[in-house]
Structures are given as C-alpha cells and as structure tokens.
Design a protein around this ligand. Structure first.
Ligand code: ADP
Ligand code: MG
Length: 280
C-alpha cells in the first residue's frame, strides 16, 4: 500500500518487509547463515569480510556478531558483542543492490559543505551514490546522538564506520526487545505505551526535529519503557519546507499504528499541540 502525501511517497511494505525471527528461537544459533556471510575464517582465525566491520573490530568497538535480529531491505540489524557487552549492529544494504527510498525530501536543508560532492549527488553519479549513502547513515548516527543528549529514550550511539552503526542493544540477555507493533499488551500497558510514545513525539518536536517515520513499527517496548529507533530520515523543523506535512504524517501513523491496541486518539488535537511546541 502506498502512502501519498503531496510529493512524499513511501511504501508501508518498506517498513514492514523484514524477516521476523521468533524471539525464543533467536537465541545464539539462529541466523548463523546470515552471520557467516559476514565472516571469513582461515588458519589465522576469523575476519569480517567488510572493511567497516573490520575497522570497528580493530579499534576495539566490536568483537563478534552473534546472530541476526532483523533483516530488511534497507538495513539488517545484528546482535553483536564487545567484551561481555551486547550491542546492536545496524548494517545498511549497499545502495547498488537495493532500491533507495527517495531521500531528496529529507536531504533538503542538510549541510554537506563540499560543492563537488553536492554536484555528484545531484547528478546521481556512482561517486554521488556512495556519498549519498554515507551521508544517510551518518545522519542517522548524528541524529541519534543529538536525541540521546537531549535525554530522549533512544539507544545510546556507540560507533559508526562506513555503512555500519553500533548502538546500545535494547533487550534482555540476548533477546531483543519487541517493537510495539508486535507486542501483546493489556489495556493499561497499551495506554501507558501510547502515553510514552506521545511524550517522545513531543520531546522530539521540542528538540526541533521530526522523526519522519514515527509509529509503533519504530518503537521498541522494553521492561515497560518505550524506546524509539530508526533515524536516517529525521529532518530539522527549521530547515525543511515540508516539515509540517511530515509532522502530520508522523502523528497520523502513530495514532493509526495504535489502533491494534484499540487506543482511541485524537490526531488533530495532538497535531495542534505539536504545532505549538514546534512554534511553526
Ligand atoms: N538498538 C536495538 N536493540 C534491539 N533491537 C533493535 C535495535 N535497533 C533495531 N532493532 C531491531 O531491528 C529492526 C530494524 O531496525 P530499524 O532501525 O528500524 O531499521 P529498518 O526499519 O530501516 O530496517 C527493528 O525493528 C528492531 O526489531
Ligand atoms: Mg524501522
């Protein structure tokens, strides 16, 4: 199903197209095939067959990748380890082997600062494509860092290299937290989850940002706490002409995604409140 709003276009499929691994079965062994694809073994031990993972390993940020949490079209998220600590490892799929979602709407107002690079991006050359995806991933990390420092519940960003981001793993032991879109909640929990999700949306707005893909699909539920994820498409309210539309879309997707819990909400009222917070 396509969601169309002015010239914004995004497929819901994109958000939902991932392989789901049942949490019980996810423990340690599953996804080995996916993990093995990242590793080369020989008599000297193992190495990652991606330079970004190798860089993270050599600077001591990552020791191993244990299993896959979710694989999707845009990125796959793995459970990693450093010393005794678990990490989430988000690896973006190379642009050349995926159809890149339209990023021009989100790119607007982002600072690149290199005229040649800007030209290459505009022209869509191979070099431009490389730059575009590096910027896209870098933006996710930068925005996650910004929101984290604002005290908003997001995973703690740990490191970035190439198309890979390391961040705090949200889960218990090696069992990843469920997304709210998959969680089974009783009435009180669902209301609490909605309240927290609205509060996060208000804080993100107050921080001058629009998530751009906000819904129960991008909110994890861990020990009764909502944690928001997935930030490459974030926009700055002040520098994007479509900010209002994007904010409205986030409000509507949030409310719609909570319908499965039978939460009655008033998106118009919420939108008006956010407009005041954002000071449009
Ligand atoms: N920090 C994390 N801790 C645990 N699980 C995570 C974490 N980040 C992402 N995930 C899991 O990986 C999935 C995909 O991550 P997300 O950032 O939403 O990427 P995308 O939707 O672009 O594939 C999430 O729905 C969630 O299940
Ligand atoms: Mg997501």
């Amino acid at each position: 199903m396509k969601i169309r709003l002015n010239n914004i276009e995004e497929t819901e499929e994109e958000i939902q197209s991932f392989e789901k691994f049942k949490s019980r079965k996810r423990k340690l062994t599953p996804g080995k095939r996916n993990v093995n694809q990242l590793v080369t073994e020989d008599v000297n031990g193992f190495s990652f067959n991606r330079s970004d993972l190798e860089e993270l390993r050599s600077n001591g940020s990552l020791d191993a990748i244990i299993s896959i949490i979710k694989s999707g079209k845009e990125a796959s998220v793995y459970l990693g380890k450093v010393s005794e600590e678990f990490l989430a490892v988000k690896i973006y799929t190379d642009l050349r082997v995926r159809s890149f979602r339209r990023d021009d709407i989100y790119r607007q107002g982002r600072f690149i600062g290199d005229a040649r690079m800007e030209k290459a991006i505009e022209q869509g050359s191979a070099k431009g494509l490389d730059a575009r995806q590096i910027l896209w991933v870098g933006e996710e990390y930068r925005q996650m860092n910004y929101l984290y420092n604002e005290g908003i519940p997001v995973p703690r960003p740990i490191a970035i290299s190439g198309l890979t981001i390391l961040m705090e793993f949200i889960g218990s032991e090696c069992d990843a937290a469920e997304r709210l879109s998959d969680s089974v909640l009783d009435r009180d929990e669902a209301e609490d989850a909605f309240r927290q999700s609205v509060r996060i949306l208000e804080s993100v707005t107050a921080a001058g940002r629009i998530h751009g893909d906000y819904s129960a699909f991008n909110i994890l539920w861990h020990n009764g706490k909502a944690v928001v994820i997935d930030f490459p498409q974030i926009v700055n309210i002040g520098s994007n002409k479509l900010a209002r539309e994007l904010l409205l879309r986030d409000v509507n997707s949030l409310c719609k995604s909570f319908k499965r819990f039978k939460i009655e909400s008033d998106p118009d009222k919420l939108f008006r409140r956010l407009l005041m917070i954002a000071d449009f």
